[in-house]
Design a protein around this ligand. Sequence first.
Ligand code: FEO
Length: 169
Amino acid sequence: MDAKVRELLNQQINKEFYSAYLYLEFSNYFKAANLDGFANWYMIQAQEERDHAMLFYQYLQNNNETVTLEAIDKPVAEITCHMDVLKAGLKHEIYVTSLINDIYAAAYEVKDFRAMQFLDWFVKEQGEEETNANDLIAKMELFGSDPKSLYMLNQELGTRVYTAPSLVL
Ligand code: FEO
């Protein structure tokens, strides 16, 4: 495997675990605010991020590459209200999309078609993640200021259930 592609894939393990950590922090915030539905939504998001990390981990191992695990940063987000969390989530997903694109570009450059095929799933996934984050912001803008509506939205988010990733390595 090309050294740069390997390096970026390895770094992505850390970025995805950081994402899981960030969403755990968001879940923690909403738990403290007694919005258990929101807390559930972000807890499941955290589980998905852990899955993403493990897919990169597994992909490297499956290709006989050594994985190097690095320290995970403390999650950073300036939160003064519920909406700040939702917006930080969207901002983070846009950043992760740029990381996936960078790995894809590196793989493309060296004609690593296997890596590109692996990354195709993440390209699609990032589109969905950004859409989900945008939808959540739109709902919050519409309903967040009314306590009864916020209660209903919280109920709705509480119904989200975890599903394992469709990509199996
Ligand atoms: Fe692993 Fe939310 O992207």
